[in-house]
Design a protein around this ligand. Structure first.
Ligand code: MG
Length: 190
């Protein structure tokens, strides 16, 4: 029947049916809500004399990540994934590392800002998934707390947040414990 004339179901009816599944924009136009996906990646160097903050959790370690803010590589990757799903510029655009306001700032504020931008578009975060790549220390015992803090910063439930960790099999700068990396994806309905 697709594409053929259906006498008892006019094009008007079909349009009405279609509109039932569509949202209405502020201007009163019909527009479909869609799922948008974003990707984020970040890397920071490991240095002595810095706290190690990952996913908002301070983890005891001999070194910490270097950076202008608290250098929470995991939250930074997640922030870029959320901003990317909105088609926005990256974290450095909104929080330049030349701005003294963000010196040693908790990265929770970056996620809060990304979530605010989602809300501004009447969007909803569907889920976030992230992977931390670090040779040391073992972060598994801290993952539940990281999820809790990431979820709180984004204003979503913990079940919407995935956090995983892997080593780099002792290869490259991560394997030599010179730095850590993180990647993330976010899906947002708006
Ligand atoms: Mg960063």
């Amino acid at each position: 029947m697709l594409g053929s004339v259906c006498s008892h179901h006019s094009w008007r009816d079909q349009r009405e049916d279609a509109h039932k599944s569509l949202g209405r924009s502020e201007r009163g136009e019909y527009s479909a809500r869609m799922i948008h996906v974003g990707i984020g990646y970040d890397v920071h160097a490991l240095v002595a004399g810095r706290k190690l903050i990952l996913g908002g959790v301070e983890i005891p370690h001999t070194k910490g990540l270097d950076g202008h803010s608290d250098a929470d590589v995991l939250m930074h990757a997640i922030c870029d994934a959320v901003l990317g799903a909105l088609g926005e510029a990256d974290i450095g655009h909104f929080f330049p590392n030349t701005d003294p306001r963000w010196k040693d700032a908790t990265s929770i504020v970056f996620l809060q800002e990304a979530a605010r931008q989602v809300g501004q578009r009447q969007g909803k975060i569907v889920n976030v998934d992230a992977t931390l790549i670090a040779q040391q220390p073992k972060v598994y015992p801290h993952i539940a707390e990281m999820k809790k803090r990431i979820a709180a910063a984004l204003g979503v439930g913990e079940k919407q947040i995935g956090v995983k960790a892997t080593t780099n099999e002792r290869m490259g700068f991560i394997g030599r414990e010179e730095g850590m990396a993180a990647m993330a994806v976010a899906s947002i309905e708006f």
